[in-house]
Design a protein around this ligand. Structure first.
Ligand SMILES: Cc1ncc(COP(=O)(O)O)c(C=O)c1O
Length: 341
């Protein structure tokens, strides 16, 4: 029988309180140098803070205990998208991909993390001035990193809902880039879902097709075929999405079909998944109180999760080029740039 478990306000606030326990970084890369985190401050008039005029990236580092090494997953691809996102809003960054990667490496070595962590890079217009625009402004870059675990508690079986909010349209704010201001759209969807007792939102685009989660790309398995929305359906061009497409092809012989997905296809799917740097690989086992497939994690999600965590921790030599070591004596935190789709 389907259970209708609507969360109370109390559940919702206690979940938020858990997020408040996040450990703050010790250092920040800010204005071209590494300084104590507490000294990396901006004024309240900062343009990026007032108008969301910035771009960002989220990169995970995975600790490999056997090798006593921290592996950063696909930093070059993340910084390539970071630079592309900046170009979409006409922002010229003072650092290139190699310099950003080097700054991240320096910061991580300074922090000295020996556990899984998450690095947040941000480029924002730093001028303390009033006036909505994207020209005649000065960009600033910050990078911070902190220990980080799960983004969604129930990675093995999340309950999602179709959001009443539509995904930001590429003609409104470029959807394929990580533009700061656009994340109000994601936040509206996420909070609506959590307040209603769900773990995550599935957001439709303006055509009514599935776009993605609030901060994750979406995959569906129907009649044995793995589907994901195409990059022209207002999705973020996700790096985990590309990783998953490649892993499914190479390791499982499954070709992912990129096509628009209707809402009702979810309800009759065998499996559904969220994938992203933050969420990692999440099995969606219920949507709007309906079980997906058996209502438990399915074989593709299970296989993919095991594979993914081996790959990101540097345990699969074939994919080692995606993992950039931080502490190896000769490490320059570089991965072999992978081919783009
Ligand atoms: C809106 C949105 N979609 C998808 C993703 C997944 O992208 P990636 O796999 O590059 O982290 C993210 C970021 O985590 C996101 O913020």
């Amino acid at each position: 029988m389907l259970s209708l478990s609507m969360g109370t306000d109390e559940d919702w606030t206690s979940r938020l309180a858990l997020e408040d326990l996040m450990v703050l970084p010790h250092f920040a890369f800010f204005k071209g140098r590494i300084i104590p985190y507490a000294e990396a401050r901006v004024g309240v008039l900062t343009h990026g803070l007032n108008y969301g005029t910035g771009v960002f990236s989220g990169i995970r580092g995975y600790w490999n205990d056997d090798e006593q090494e921290l592996f950063v997953f696909r930093p070059e691809d993340h910084y390539r998208r970071f630079l592309e996102s900046a170009r979409m809003i006409g922002m010229q960054l003072p650092l290139d991909q190699a310099q950003l990667t080097a700054a991240l490496a320096d910061l991580l070595r300074r922090e000295g993390y020996r556990e899984d962590c998450y690095a947040r890079s941000l480029a924002f217009y730093a001028d303390e001035t009033v006036g909505v625009r994207l020209h005649d402004l000065t960009p600033e870059i910050s990078i911070v990193a902190m220990p980080y675990g799960r983004y969604i508690d129930k990675e093995e079986g999340a309950h999602a809902t179709i959001s009443s909010w539509r995904r930001v349209d590429d003609n409104a704010i470029p959807a394929r880039g990580k533009i700061v201001g656009a994340y109000v759209n994601s936040a509206l969807a996420k909070s609506e879902a959590m307040r209603a007792g769900f773990d995550e939102a599935i957001v439709l685009n303006r055509d009514g097709h599935i776009s993605e989660g609030s901060a994750a790309n979406f995959f569906l398995v129907r009649n044995g075929v793995v589907l994901t929305p195409p990059i022209t359906d207002n999705i973020l061009e996700g790096i985990t999405r590309r990783t998953v497409i490649e892993l499914l092809a190479r390791e499982c012989g499954l070709t992912v079909v990129e096509r628009s997905i209707d809402r009702s296809e979810i309800y009759v799917a065998e499996e559904a998944l969220f994938v992203g740097t933050g969420v990692q690989i999440v099995a969606v086992t219920r949507v709007d109180h309906r079980p997906i497939g058996t209502g438990r994690i399915g074989p593709i999600a299970e296989t993919l999760r095991a594979l993914y965590f081996d790959v990101v921790r540097g345990r699969r030599p074939e994919y080692r080029n995606w993992c950039a070591p931080v502490y190896a004596p000769d490490a320059v935190l570089t991965e072999t740039a992978s081919a783009r789709p």
